[in-house]
Design a protein around this ligand. Structure first.
Ligand code: HMG
Length: 445
């Protein structure tokens, strides 16, 4: 079977930066460590006044196509995943194609375009759609462009405000990919949940504490479903486990749960038994509450053990480095986590070819998906092209008043016109409204 997977990846951040411990925490009267240590975030990325989901998506796709030497004819499909769409009919992918046609010769008239919605998991679903399209042999030798793009803004003073972010991830899905091959095996955990939703409103209604529990429950269900087709998982099977990362503290919880699950009935559980006992089994308890108390105690012990800490430092921590600096990018978030992990391996000179990643994607509402990816020979050349650090370093640092203004400027219910804080260069910009209420875009040299 020919390998199908991600051939190239590009990350595009919003051009502004909000410092959480330095600028946000004092205004909220909070200890800066709540953000850096508790949530695990140093900063959020924000869009300047001329940026939105289309400009960020088109900029990421432009950079990707440019460096891969692609023409519109090479692309048979453009899928955009977003939960920040501004139109209930016309998909963002048509705007993105329009932008790209300004800078490339040719057009995308024979490419299938769409928009995927299921909260943050839509990015991975689009990847799956592209994979299935290629596997079905309907691609006529062409590749798919999948772009996850979001302005993840919360209402001011919502507890989620600390986890905001804005950015896009563009991925080229193709046969014989340069970066990772996707596994045909997948596991799902899906249920009708009311934890985070936007019923025709821009900013989400969130039950934050519940959303954390729903994330963990669905992720665990997805892992069990994955194991039912791929066989049991073991912590040593995976070089990295990139999770959907609304904030790194969420991944800390998911990783601990995953490790406990994967080590049950293994030599690792036995090895740890002297120190923290064996894992509690439900049949040994009279009631659920006693079982859950025992589980909590076990997990508290587990997170302090050397094997867990070493595994976390190697397998999970490297997936979080970009998220710590940009916040939640919703649909792009798990793809940012994969990029972080590969980037850290590249920087350390690790030989990853043939190694396996386990991806834990999640979307509120709610659904988790687990699948595996095998790193391909030559992945380093692809990774060497990423310029994430330069992008992050060149963001404009927002003062508190500027943050308030830019949040208002992006609020669809407010009519606030503000000066740009940065000067666009070699990128697409929002250029006002057309006669039917459509958005217009222009490429700035
Ligand atoms: P909160 O209530 O302000 O924060 O909001 P908290 O009091 O729970 O504190 C956060 C953590 O910081 C806690 O860690 C504190 O202990 C710790 P934990 O105990 O949970 O491990 N902390 C400190 N640590 C060190 N020093 C200190 C300190 N103070 C506190 N001084 C909440 C947290 C997550 C609720 C909020 O940010 C929120 O509502 N976020 C939005 C929802 C969200 O991100 N949910 C995540 C799961 S759902 C998901 O991922 C889907 C999503 O991406 C959307 C989609 O799918 O489309 C959101």
């Amino acid at each position: 079977m020919t390998a199908v997977g991600i051939d190239a990846i590009e990350v595009w951040t919003g051009n502004l930066r909000l410092d959480l411990p330095g600028t946000f925490a004092p205004q909220k009267g909070e200890d800066p460590e709540k953000y850096t240590k508790g949530l695990g975030l140093n900063a959020s990325s924000f869009p300047d006044s001329y940026e939105d989901i289309v400009t960020m998506a088109a900029n990421a796709a432009h950079r990707l196509m440019d460096r891969k030497g692609l023409e519109p004819d090479d692309i048979g499909r453009i899928d955009v995943a977003t939960e920040s769409a501004f139109d209930n009919s016309k998909p963002v992918s048509t705007y993105v194609a329009g932008c790209l046609e300004q800078v490339f010769d040719g057009d995308f008239h024979h490419a299938n375009k769409g928009e995927r919605k299921f909260a943050c998991i839509a990015g991975t679903q689009s990847l799956d759609d592209a994979y299935n399209w290629i596997r079905a042999g309907r691609n006529r030798g062409r590749a798919a462009l999948v772009i996850a793009t979001d302005t993840a803004l919360y209402a001011r003073d919502d507890p989620g405000e600390a986890t905001q972010g804005a950015g896009a991830v563009a991925m080229l899905i193709d046969e014989d990919p340069a970066l990772v091959e996707l596994s045909p095996e997948q596991g799902y955990g899906s249920a009708d949940e009311t934890d985070f939703l936007k019923p025709n409103q821009q900013f989400p209604s969130v039950d934050g504490k519940r959303s954390v529990q729903v994330y963990l429950a669905r992720m665990r269900e997805a892992l069990e479903d994955y194991e039912s087709v791929a066989g049991d998982t073991h912590p040593d099977d995976f070089a990295f486990i990139p999770f959907h990362t609304p904030f790194p503290g969420m991944v800390r919880k998911a990783a601990l749960l995953g490790y406990r699950h994967m080590t049950r009935d293994t030599a690792i559980e036995e090895e740890l038994a002297d120190e923290i006992g064996r894992q509690p089994r439900p049949e040994a308890f009279d009631d659920d509450e006693a079982y859950h108390d025992a589980l909590r105690d076990y997990m508290d012990g587990l997170k302090g053990t050397d094997p867990y800490r070493e595994w976390y430092a190697e397998t999970i921590e490297p997936t979080l480095s970009i998220a710590r600096e940009v916040g939640n990018w919703y649909t792009g978030s798990v793809h940012v986590a994969r990029a972080s992990a590969l980037k850290s391996a590249f920087e350390r000179g690790t030989d990853l070819a043939g190694e396996t990643l386990l991806l834990g994607s999640y979307g509120s509402g709610a659904q988790a998906e687990i699948h595996a990816e095998t790193v391909r020979e030559g992945w380093e050349e692809e990774l060497a092209q990423l310029n994430v650090d330069e992008q992050l370093d060149s963001r404009y640092e927002l003062a508190w008043e500027e943050y308030e203004e830019i949040h208002d400027a992006h609020n669809h219910e407010m009519d606030v016109d503000i000066e740009e804080l940065t000067t666009p260069e070699a990128e697409f910009v929002f250029d006002g409204w057309g006669r039917m209420g459509e958005r217009k875009y222009r490429y700035v040299e």
